[in-house]
Design a protein around this ligand. Structure first.
Ligand code: UGA
Length: 452
């Protein structure tokens, strides 16, 4: 257990900031987590967890009960008295793909204005190479005297957690990456992280630019793997192969590995598309060719277009004027979150499908076990052509087709007889390959998977 003096500030209470705060508090540190969202701070302070991540609610209660975790809307309050500050704010995609770092630099200025002793600033947000140095410069500009008097180091420590396993990934990361030129600060952060993560976790100690690049490269590589298997899936469809068998056999080669080889509607969510766009922007502005990754982004969009196009072709009236080929058709979309295990709809492929099908005149009935209540926020502009249903059978009632977009296990367990009985036409687009095509066919469905 670490000493009481170890006070840490965590700025941002999203997936990364909240998981980091809870795990640091669980390791015995005294943590103050700041977020500008007052409703979120009030909820967390009252012990009501704002994310549905496994383990979080219990850890939140424990940390609050032990008095090791506080939430505040004030960055100043979190920073004052802390010797280490984790920056975990969102770095959204700006126009032209560039990462928008304005929140990050606002935090840097707050750190300068409120530091009252030596400060190690740890950048966890996903940022382009060179950002940790710029954060240091920003703090020095904001508070040259404080930096001179107390000392300041800015380190990169990128986060690799996945939504839906945020706590597990934070406590059991495949590696911890620390990027810093100062050995003393790097060691202080390493000791802090070692107190939090599982024993034996490997550390990659490097310079800040390498750490920052490693994070973008990791997400880009995984994005590329998904885009790759989706292209192979298209090929499989053309030649009568089954991409699931191809993936299984590919994954047995330990140089390739089995993960991120599930064909589907393309990668989406709050991270991969944004981080790929940011890296491509960096490459273009530096004149560095990132041709494979340019193709990855394009291929991912092409996959969406191809799969939505198949729905439109199967159901559409080819003679109808543009914007009305699906008029009069009701399509059920099952799955709105960008992957199973989360209610997150940010940049989800379901948004693309919903807009695309509505733009051709279709009406939609939607269901998701976690994200349904967010439909108004993300797809409000499509009302009244869309309606949200309480379950998959309600969504399928009277529908001309069902389109599965999220790999929720409950969709694999659907009663296809019951589903078909309520539908207007037994047509299913299983874009996560969760069903058996043979079983669907036995229930009288016209079945379309991805790469099968
Ligand atoms: C991703 C990375 O996996 C994390 O390591 C990283 O920390 C995080 O981004 C981030 O930068 O914050 P996450 O966005 O939670 O995590 O989602 P993933 O599980 O990686 O899935 C990304 C997308 O790829 C989803 O749309 C998923 O459905 C899709 N995918 C994934 C496939 O289509 N096929 C696969 O085989 C795997």
């Amino acid at each position: 257990m670490v000493g009481k003096a170890s006070r840490i500030a965590c700025i941002g209470a999203g997936y990364v900031g909240l998981a980091t705060s809870l795990c640091l508090a669980g390791a015995g540190f005294d943590v103050t987590c700041a977020d500008r969202d007052a409703a979120k701070v009030a909820s967390l302070s009252a012990g009501r967890c704002t994310l549905g991540e496994a383990g979080m609610a219990g850890m939140l209660r424990d940390a609050l009960d032990a008095g090791r975790l506080r939430f505040t809307v004030s960055n100043a309050e979190a920073i004052a008295g802390s010797g280490m500050a984790f920056i975990c704010v969102w770095t959204p995609q700006g126009p032209d793909g560039k990462a928008d770092l304005s929140s990050l630099f606002a935090v840097a200025r707050d750190i300068g204005a409120n530091m009252a002793g030596r400060m190690d600033v740890v950048v966890k947000s996903t940022v382009p190479a060179g950002t940790a140095r710029k954060v240091r410069e920003a703090i020095v500009r904001a508070a040259p005297d404080a930096v001179r008097a107390y000392g300041l180091e800015v380190l990169s420590c990128p986060e690799f957690l996945r939504e839906s396993s945020a706590i597990r990934d934070t406590l059991h990361p495949s590696r911890v990456v620390i990027g810093c030129d100062d050995d003393g600060a790097a060691l202080r952060l390493r000791e802090t992280m070692e107190a939090m993560v599982a024993p034996g976790t490997p550390f990659v100690m490097t310079g800040p630019e390498s750490a920052e690049t490693l994070k973008y490269a990791a997400n880009a590589f995984l994005s590329m793997k998904v885009a790759f298997i989706n292209e192979v899936a298209g090929y499989c469809e053309a030649v009568g192969a089954d991409v699931r068998d191809v993936s299984r056999g590919l994954g047995m080669d330990d140089r390739i590995g089995p993960k991120f080889l599930a064909a589907g509607p393309g990668f989406s969510g709050g991270c991969f598309p944004k981080d790929l766009a940011a890296l491509l922007h960096e490459g273009r502005s530096l004149g560095v060719p990132l041709m494979i990754l340019e193709a990855t982004a394009e291929s991912n969009m092409a996959q969406r277009r191809r799969l939505a196009g198949k729905v439109a072709t199967a159901l559409g009236d080819p003679a109808a004027p543009p914007g009305s080929s699906l008029r009069g058709r009701l399509i059920a979309i099952l799955g709105l979150s960008f992957k199973q295990g989360t209610g997150d709809m940010r940049d989800s492929v379901s948004l693309y499908f919903a807009r695309e099908l509505c733009a051709r005149g279709a009406s939609l009935s939607l269901f998701d076990p976690e994200a349904s209540q967010k439909v108004g926020e993300f797809l409000g502009e499509l009302m009244p052509s869309i309606k949200v249903c309480p379950d998959e059978y309600g969504a399928a009632a009277g529908a001309d087709a069902v389109v599965i977009l999220t790999d929720w296990p409950r969709f694999a367990a659907m009663d296809l007889g019951r589903l078909g009985a309520v539908m207007g036409r037994r047509l299913i687009f299983d874009y996560r390959n969760v069903l058996s095509g043979a079983e669907a066919a036995a229930e009288g469905f016209e079945y379309h998977g991805v790469g099968v």
